[in-house]
Design a protein around this ligand. Structure first.
Ligand SMILES: Nc1ncnc2c1ncn2[C@@H]1O[C@H](COP(=O)(O)OP(=O)(O)OP(=O)(O)O)[C@@H](O)[C@H]1O
Ligand SMILES: [Mg+2]
Length: 267
């Protein structure tokens, strides 16, 4: 299958404000994601996951390296990508429908056809009866559904999500995972999904990129060969648990190494 998203030799150095020293957050990150695949990114806190997807989204420029979409280099944000953040970022003075069409308005594409499409997406994420509600009238899970509909409304080719379910309670989170897979099946976007939860990554993804820190880079790529559609009960199957254990072992090794290094520095 065709490669949708590729990064070559991505490197990110941040300059520390306090002393002007440089910190290498990412080094030599190379990925190749096939069209319409669901790829999850996991790794210990601070290993550069958010930095990585912000670079892919075009929100920050890498110090070195390239991002290619359909084989063409991109150098900034574009309508081919849309991002869903951890915290729902809805405009409080706009209804659900007007939040979903906001991105289209910004792009000068808010015609009647796009309003019809927005309504379809609102139904797709299960908010059909809440079109004219305002964000404060919605639960956290509903706000995140609205965020998802908004990201999908611009019809991006690549959907980028940074821990979108982190603020939700455990049951809502599970339901949202299931919902997301349903929405993904119907829209067939290429998805890059960051999460702290290994079982969320295994449940959702075709492939899991395991990041390590110091400097942030990919330590392991795990293909998840579980059938779809995936019932939530698949999380208790032995194959599922083996994937989880394998990824956990890599992350644990990374986290311990980082802790040892920090201990050595502070000794
Ligand atoms: N604007 C910045 N300036 C300087 N350093 C930064 C900046 N943003 C992030 N960093 C550093 O880069 C590293 C990677 O940060 P990043 O937020 O990408 O990690 P993460 O994997 O998303 O972490 P988490 O799992 O906690 O969300 C961290 O050590 C962080 O302190
Ligand atoms: Mg992060």
């Amino acid at each position: 299958m065709a490669i949708k998203l590729e990064t070559r030799g991505l490197r990110m150095e941040y300059v520390r404000q306090r002393d002007g020293s440089r910190f290498v957050a990412l080094d030599n990150v190379n990925i190749q994601i096939e069209d319409r695949k669901f790829v999850a990114v996991v790794g210990p806190s601070g290993c550069g996951k958010t930095t990585f997807i912000k670079i892919v989204d075009g929100l920050i420029k890498p110090t070195a390296g390239q991002i290619l979409i359909d084989g063409r280099q991109v150098r900034g944000p574009g309508i081919d990508r849309a991002m869903v953040f951890q915290e729902p970022s809805l405009l409080p003075w706009r209804s659900v429908l007007d939040n979903v069409t906001y991105g289209l308005e910004c792009q000068g594409r808010a015609d009647s056809a796009s309003r019809i499409r927005a309504r379809e997406l609102i139904k797709l994420v299960g908010l059909g009866n809440f079109e004219s509600h305002y964000p404060h009238e919605l639960s956290g899970g509903m706000q995140q559904r609205c965020n998802l509909a908004r990201a999908l409304a611009v019809d991006p080719e690549i959907l980028i999500m940074d821990e979108p379910f982190a603020a939700l309670d455990a049951q809502t989170r599970e339901l949202m995972q299931d919902e997301l897979l349903r929405v993904w099946r119907e829209t067939r976007k290429t998805v890059l999904f960051v999460t702290h939860q290994i079982n969320e990554a295994v449940y959702l993804a075709d492939q899991v990129l395991v990041f390590g820190a110091r400097p942030g880079s990919i330590r392991e790529v795990v293909d998840i060969d579980l059938p779809r559609p995936r019932p939530l009960a698949i999380k208790r199957s032995s194959t599922f648990l083996e994937y989880e254990d394998r990824i956990w072992a890599t992350i644990e090794r990374e986290a311990r190494q980082t802790m040892n290094e920090v201990a050595l520095v502070s000794d």
